[in-house]
Design a protein around this ligand. Sequence first.
Ligand SMILES: Nc1ncnc2c1ncn2[C@@H]1O[C@H](COP(=O)(O)OP(=O)(O)OP(=O)(O)O)[C@@H](O)[C@H]1O
Length: 304
Amino acid sequence: MAMIETRNLTKHYGDEQAVQGIDLTVEEGSIHGFVGPNGAGKSTTMGMLVGNITPTVGEATIGGEPAGTHAARERIGFAPQDPVFYDSMTADQYLKYIGTVAGVEGSVAERVDELLEWLSLADATNQPIGGYSGGMKRRLNLAQAMINDPDLLILDEPTAELDPQGRSAIIDALQRLTEEGKTVFVSSHILAELEQFIETVTVINDGQLLMTGPLEEVWESVETAYIVESTDDDRLGELLATHEAVSRTEPADDGGLTVWTDDPEAFATALPAVAGDAGLGLYSIERAGGLEEAFLEMIDEGGA
Ligand SMILES: Nc1ncnc2c1ncn2[C@@H]1O[C@H](COP(=O)(O)OP(=O)(O)OP(=O)(O)O)[C@@H](O)[C@H]1O
């Protein structure tokens, strides 16, 4: 069942077409990446899903309920990109306040303790938030989004400006959430990081949808590149350059040969055969780049 569904979702600010006719579906229990460069329209789209921004045209539903209605809002936990905390409050005080406002069922204190423990903030519980590190504030932002045990978490760049340790703590928390059956919709422009844990992805640029679907489809939508290391890369490059399974070849920046193909299966068979016939040995072959390259290529092709 779809947790998020949008049809022709559109937002104009005067002449600024921030989001233009986005159609997307996010299945329940999945972890979905929402990717686009600065100003692409990610925050505006998230605002419309949460119900904080009214679409100019089109609609969004959350678990079948129209976005912005009470029934939709109570299923969502939202962590904005730039949360505003009360610096003089402690995490404990802040979360109890949020929990009371959100009408947490049962004991607010118990829920807050659970979240502080879960997000490794228990030691800092009684320190004022003003003294927290960036990583602690991001985790607190996630905790406030989770206060009501929502089915869907909408997170706007939850790992922005974090060091690798801080990022991995957040990614770890997100993975545990999907294991519990939650749906996570997470925006970022750190693509190399997103691709480690998302299952499906939506790519937007200039307010327009470039693709939405399984991560593998991003791979399939662009040419695949491999870095091959052999006993004679120059010779291998000459031989492969004319092969029908190969689009082009180029010496790789850090040694070896980069080979682009739009038919990876045919290339996998051709490579050892071509090398073998020429008496060349193969040391290694690995896939080059990642979602980052695929994404940049997609944006270029989109004419941005
Ligand atoms: N309240 C507003 N009034 C006018 N224009 C706006 C408003 N909010 C956003 N925009 C414009 O809409 C476009 C999309 O902005 P949005 O913040 O949704 O992008 P984003 O993908 O979240 O960017 P970033 O990664 O920088 O946060 C931008 O051109 C932005 O300047």
